[in-house]
Design a binder for this molecule. Structure first.
Ligand SMILES: [Zn+2]
Length: 269
């Protein structure tokens, strides 16, 4: 195996079901990062009524075992807010989480995956060291720590047509920076599988063989809604059987080693 292979997982929104994800990660000796807002405001992407997040004791328990990063104050799309309000959402979300945990928080994740150059600059100015996006089908960390990509969203709906739709939809939103070229190899690999579990296995095997990054991300509230806890258990077991312990990292650790990975990933022409 190439020693630069890295495996990480991300779980967004701070729903109390995160504790169940954490228990499964522990069971399989895996790690990752949980991104927690102070609350999910009504009208958010996932629940019209919004929801409260993990209570203080659960948050501290989670942070003792995993990286916990910020997901703003109210989980609103930052690129649609006035600059002052976007800054308040980022700053207050960080201060709230640091107060809950009693420690500095360096990791950030954009609510709904929405960001632009102004939002990324605000996140940097507010003291974060990286910003995680929802840009799927990557096998590296990219060249901008505030556009940290991912590999695959945990979902039961990942047939070939869904992967193709995902690729096209994300490209429409982000064309112009040449980032799509980096996604083609993972996109092609993902197309060789016709359901989520096969796709996950294919991309884990590929990352192990190539010494690249595999980064699965998802939402615990969605896993429950989809009735997919057994599926999560199965794919995490598959990863644990193949990924060496030294390759299991949090997002913060992955980004701290990004210089190494960036050298392995040529810039697009
Ligand atoms: Zn979210």
């Amino acid at each position: 195996m190439n020693t630069t292979m890295r495996f990480t997982t991300s779980w967004d929104d701070g729903h109390p079901f995160d504790m169940r994800v954490a228990d499964l990660l522990d069971k399989h000796g895996l790690t990752g990062t949980f991104y927690v807002p102070a609350r999910v405001a009504p009208g958010g992407c996932c629940n019209p009524d919004g929801f409260q997040v993990l209570d203080p004791q659960q948050l501290r328990e989670l942070a003792a075992r995993f990286e916990v990063g910020s997901h703003t104050l109210d989980h609103k799309s930052l690129d649609s807010l006035p600059t002052d309000e976007a800054r308040r959402q980022i700053e207050a979300g960080k201060a709230w989480l640091e107060d809950q945990l009693g420690r500095r928080v360096d990791g950030f994740c954009y609510p709904n995956g929405h960001h632009d150059a102004g939002v990324r600059a605000l996140v940097r100015d507010c003291g974060f060291t990286y910003g995680r996006t929802t840009e799927d089908l990557h096998d590296g960390v990219g060249d901008d720590p505030f556009q940290m990509p991912v590999s695959l969203q945990f979902h039961t709906r990942r047939r070939r047509i869904d992967v193709a739709r995902l690729f096209v939809r994300q490209e429409r939103r982000r064309l112009g920076e040449g980032r799509w070229k980096r996604r083609l190899p993972v996109f092609a690999a993902a197309l060789s599988a016709d359901d989520f579990e096969a796709c996950f296995r294919r991309l884990v095997d590929r990352a192990c063989a190539k010494g690249s990054v595999f980064h699965v991300w998802g939402h615990s509230w969605e896993i429950d809604r989809l009735g997919a806890w057994k599926l999560l258990d199965n794919v995490l077991r598959y990863a644990a059987e193949r990924v060496p312990r030294a390759a299991r990292v949090t997002n913060e650790a992955l980004m701290a080693g990004r210089a190494l990975d960036s050298r392995a990933q040529p810039a697009p022409r």
